[in-house]
Design a protein around this ligand. Structure first.
Ligand SMILES: *Cc1c(COP(=O)(O)O)cnc(C)c1O
Length: 239
């Protein structure tokens, strides 16, 4: 094994241990939680190592970086998640490789994704990104629809050709009533998921928790955690 692959293997083992412990503490089965490794800013060679180490889901947040990486790794059995703020002019590219877009947060993006998916002959899974710090009718600083906008947006995705409504995603807010209260934030997301599933029972994915707060997400009931730093190391610069 190369040094880098051994490093990734050791980090993955630690993250796996944390997820398993969090599941045990919450009385959940380990299979109820899927690890998505966020590979943003790291090279395709790392994605390849992760695949060899058994990772099945990876996530990226910038199309410029993700598109060439996904192309280089197209022979690998990986699910690709897009988790970044998405401009409509990038949608056609993203639909070319993303199996799931976790950052759906406005009607214009739904229509653009739908048109691109139909054109590409693909079905794209969609999570609505929820901004728990958004005011009424508002949006989050880092994207996301406010809780009061979920119902309308869910209906639009569910009715859009080429799209599949898979569930909800959030990033723990840095401001507002949930600042510093990750578990309360993730529990709120679970309540919003339960409410949405009355009309959309199959949309049962709940994506929450990152390197610093995956335990709180698992405790709250998340089905997917998105872990970058704890597997790949601290990112340099933005990302
Ligand atoms: C970068 C990122 C993550 C992973 O964050 P880490 O703290 O590195 O684990 C998760 N979700 C989103 C949306 C991200 O942009």
């Amino acid at each position: 094994m190369t040094d880098r692959k051994a490093e990734l293997a050791a980090n993955l083992a630690k993250v796996e241990e944390r997820i398993a412990a969090a599941c045990a503490a919450a009385g959940r089965k380990r299979e109820e939680v899927t690890l998505i490794v966020v590979t943003k800013t790291y090279p395709a060679s790392d994605v390849r190592f992760l695949s060899e180490l058994g990772v099945r889901d990876v996530a990226e947040n910038r199309d410029q970086d993700a598109a060439p990486k996904a192309a280089e790794c197209s022979d690998l059995p990986l699910g690709w998640h897009f988790v970044g703020q998405l401009q409509t002019n990038k949608v056609r590219s993203v639909v070319g490789y993303a199996d799931v877009v976790q950052s759906v947060d406005r009607p214009k993006l739904v229509s653009a994704l739908s048109a691109a998916a139909v054109r590409a002959g693909r079905e794209v899974g969609c999570l609505l990104q929820v901004a728990l710090d958004a005011g009424v009718g508002g949006r989050g600083d880092r994207g996301g629809v406010g809780p009061d906008g979920i119902e309308e947006l869910a209906g639009l995705v569910a009715d859009a050709p080429g799209l599949r409504l898979d569930g909800l995603m959030t990033v723990a807010p840095l401001t507002g009533e949930f600042a510093g209260r990750q578990q309360a934030a993730f529990e709120r997301l679970m309540d919003l998921s339960t409410a949405m599933r009355v009309a959309h029972p199959a949309a049962n994915m709940v994506s929450a928790g990152m390197s610093a707060d995956l335990e709180q997400a698992v405790a709250a009931g998340a089905t997917h955690v998105r872990v970058g730093t704890a597997v790949l190391g601290v990112r340099r610069g933005l990302g």
